[in-house]
Design a binder for this molecule. Structure first.
Ligand code: DGT
Ligand code: CA
Ligand code: CA
Length: 365
């Protein structure tokens, strides 16, 4: 008899950069960096991600663009592209739709990752699970041209560590009897939630692998890192994690679109309309008790072509002011080098989360 669950963690490889390769296959042989350029111009800004060729030269997510350029100096064929979130979202949605079909329970985590509980589907059998994981990989490769890495194990924690174990294009199956052996060889830092600071502390204690970490008892860990984090580290190093895979869909989005009284590319005129749209949109968001992390605007131009622009906030918010401020900023950016006039104007929010603890308190005043 087995009560073991079978859990997958699916993570798309070098996601933003791979999306760019899908759009422009010629990029595949070159170092590719996807950049978040700041509004200060030039090379100021950071690397969102890079393909594996660029990573060989030491390019990493979060690194200043100028550093990355220096590291890639000898590669004259290096490509630096600005982020295009809307396009990545499109690819993500296609791939997620495929993955979803194979899950008993599907938990969306972000654009490039998801957990699946497939226990029933594979009848708790890890050979079947391994087969199913390979099928998912083949299917998104065939239909979306996207590669991913999948970790398969008995819980979310080990599945997540396993998906990262062999990247890119990896498939790592850690069946229940292999959990201990798999974890012991690994560096402590592979445990999700162990940051630079915690890692440094372990280095000072002369501990590097999970096997070494297991020598510490739970009291020592709690003394060092507090009750919550200490207990977590203790359990994690033993592969223990009870978190269920919770049904969660990719964030729905809310949007408002309106046809303008006249076609225009005058900032003041459009900004005035946009402000109104933000108010209407904000009402919907409030009614649904949501916060949002991504804000976007949309133009439908007089030649009926479409143009979108969006940005991710640092933290989720429910503020109308923040919505209007960011929408106005996006409008300004979208109007640069914009020759055609705008016919319809839209605003949307996504990456939604529920506002906790006040769900049914609506104001009736
Ligand atoms: P990998 O290691 O093959 O899974 O590579 P990625 O690029 O998929 O890495 P991951 O899974 O950590 O991140 C997913 C996406 O999130 C990535 O394509 C770009 C974005 N991202 C990650 N780190 C950063 C960062 O420090 N800054 C910004 N702006 N974006 C980031
Ligand atoms: Ca990834
Ligand atoms: Ca990821």
């Amino acid at each position: 008899m087995s009560e073991d669950r079978v859990v997958f963690h699916v993570d798309f490889d070098y996601f933003f950069a791979q999306c760019e390769e899908i759009r422009t296959p010629d990029l595949k042989s070159k170092p590719v960096c996807v950049c978040v350029f700041s509004d200060r111009g030039g090379d100021s800004g950071a690397i969102a991600t890079a393909n594996y060729i660029a990573r060989k030269f030491g390019v990493k997510s979060g690194m200043p663009i100028s550093f990355a350029k220096k590291r890639l100096e000898e590669r004259k064929d290096s490509i630096f592209l600005p982020v295009d979130f809307d396009y990545y979202l499109e690819i993500s949605e296609k791939a997620m739709d495929i993955i979803k079909e194979s899950a008993d329970i599907f938990e969306y985590v972000g654009k490039d990752e998801a957990y699946l509980d497939v226990t029933n589907r594979v009848e708790g059998n890890f050979d079947k699970a391994s087969h199913l994981a390979q099928q998912i990989k083949n299917s998104i490769r065939d239909k979306v041209k996207l590669s991913c890495s999948i970790g398969v194990s008995t819980n979310k924690l080990i599945a997540k560590i396993a998906s990262d174990f062999r990247k890119p294009d990896g498939l790592t199956v850690v069946s229940p009897e292999k959990v201990e052996e798999f974890l012991e060889q690994l560096k402590i830092r592979v445990i999700p939630g162990i940051g630079k600071k915690t890692e440094e502390r372990f280095t000072q204690m002369n501990l590097e692998t999970i096997n070494e970490l297991k020598k510490l008892d739970v009291f020592t860990l709690i003394k060092e890192f507090g009750r919550k984090h200490g207990t977590y580290i203790f359990n994690a190093s033993r592969g223990l994690d009870n978190e269920p895979v919770k049904e969660r869909e990719a964030s729905i989005q809310y949007s408002k679109l309106s046809t303008l009284k006249k076609d225009s590319n005058d900032y003041d005129f459009l900004a005035e309309n946009l402000k109104e749209l933000c108010i209407e949109l904000h009402e919907v968001v409030q009614k649904n008790n949501r916060m949002f992390k991504s804000i976007g605007i949309q133009f439908i131009l007089s030649d009926l072509t479409n143009k979108t622009k969006s940005r991710m906030l640092k933290n989720p918010t429910s503020s109308l002011e923040e919505l209007q401020k960011n929408a106005a900023q996006l409008l300004k950016e979208a109007l640069e080098d914009q020759k055609n006039t705008v016919r319809r104007l839209g605003v949307k929010v996504s990456e939604l989360s529920e506002i906790q603890g006040q769900s049914n308190i609506t104001s009736y005043f």
